[in-house]
Design a binder for this molecule. Sequence first.
Ligand code: SF4
Ligand code: MSK
Length: 625
Amino acid sequence: MAKEPRPIDELTIWDDAKAMLKKARAEGIETVHERLDQQTPHCKMCELGTSCRNCTMGPCRVSEKKPLGVCGADADVIVARNFGRFVAGGAAGHSDHGRDLIEVLEAIVEGETTDYKITEEGKLRTIAGEIGIETEGRTVKEVAHDVMDEFFADFGSRRKEVSFLARVPQKRKDVWAKLGMTPRGVDREIAEMMHRTHMGCDNDAPNTLIHAARTALADGWGGSMIGTELSDVIFGTPTPRMSTANLGVIKEDQVNILVHGHNPVVSEMILAAARDPQLVARAKELGASGINVAGLCCTGNELLMRQGIPMAGNHLMTELAIITGAVEAIVVDYQCIMPSLVQISGCYHTKFIDTANKARFTGGIHYDFQPATAMTQAKEIVSLAVEGFAQRDKGRVDIPCEPIDIMTGFSNEAVIAALGGSLDPLVQAIVAGDIRGAVGIVGCNNPKIKQDSLNVGLAKELIKRDILVIATGCVTTAAGKAGLLVPEAIEMAGPGLKKICGSLGIPPVLHYGSCVDNSRIMQLCAALANTLNVDISDLPVGASSPEWYSEKAAAIGLYAVASGIQTHLGHPPHILGSKTVTNLAVAGLEDLVGAAFFIEPDPVRTAEIFDERIKAKRKALGLSE
Ligand code: SF4
Ligand code: MSK
């Protein structure tokens, strides 16, 4: 017998989501929540991480009664191997995204495209200088060529370290060197993780976990950082600007195009094409007042940060945005795009358009998006959306709310500019205790958790305690919808944070970008540590992914911990079947890298734990608690 669906009020904290979930149920459309109900209860062994499918002598499921797989692997080995591969999957996603940006840079340097350009020559030269490339007296193309070569090499079989380790404090690099955790090449660490976890290789759980950390570091200080920095070079470094968020950004009188995924290479071009006067004129001919491009998930964050486009929603809003009935096209690149979006698009006039050969969707309209033909392809895609406006069923349109204001665009460069040109005022505010510390809240939604209850709950609890919050990924839309991304949100902050953010005219929760942009937070922590001449693990900072779901979030969490930052997860990864692995994750790593994970489902308790940690770190630095 089919299960009763859970009450809508239990699924999300948002009114726009509730209205669309009601509409979905009334129209007989299944969402992620009903599918979760069908999949629950999940397999216990898989939840514990104690099932293995790594060879055809198995699959094996180990337990107290049957403690060894066919090959003899015990729970520790199996859990560590599974977690290692999970992290490698996440590192691969972010890093392959970074590589795609190098390929766009290559197309620019080699003259294959004029649709993309080097927008930030100054930033390109700064990066080149940091990674040891000569810039004096050289043309921008010459410098770009060498940066491209250096970054391509970061993916290969380097024997020493990835280029951006030049940013890491020496004390941290020494920790990694001692542990054999120094990331050498991105693809190298990912491939080695796959090798180590083949039957009969790395059968020592702690050793596997050290390499998982090295793989994650190759993401954070390699692939992701390359993705962020080259996106800035090509599309511009974000600067503070205002925008709007929630489903109210979808406009009843306009052609609505949603961009979804992660990489700005496609979505930037879609936005540019949507401003084409001929396409706008055609939209008007068909009765629309214009063409509206709005964001979902991280490609939305990328465009929000640099271009200020409105944000329709985060991970669990992606299905619901289509259910408004007012979306002509959803254009996707890759990652976090539920295949169900094709099915739900099919319930309306919405065209689902995929653009990457590595992320095709059965039933979607496919474009093999290439730098050389990007603008032509983008115009074709926008044209499809415009023509679709005529097919919209006005009787099924329901846009449930008005949008809410948000402030975005906080790159490190923008923060330093706002501080008057250096990090010193931030350091002084930390020393004085006005800002007691900072926590990056990052990551996703997960239908197992009431949508955004923890993301928002934790942010509110932290700012009350004069702890600055830096948000990326899907947390940003949650923070925005909760009114935390506007300068007026200082009214919810403690007195110190209120004073500092008030004087700068910035919110107490800063939107720092997409998932790959967690590398901006790493860079900021490294710069603060270098300024204070300490290790990153000495800073009064933390990281949290309260509602995470993805392999990429696990990679982010692990590179944060390995970089010395205590990291909170709202629910555990599938490791609890091994005491060795679990103990290492939540305690043992502290002795090795100066930080560990903690798992806590309650946002108030989580804030208290961060508060205690920040007090201890401040005390150790000789500062007031
Ligand atoms: Fe079973 Fe070992 Fe094969 Fe895994 S690697 S499926 S534990 S025999
Ligand atoms: S999109 S990885 S749901 S943050 Fe980056 Fe959101 Fe998490 Fe995907």
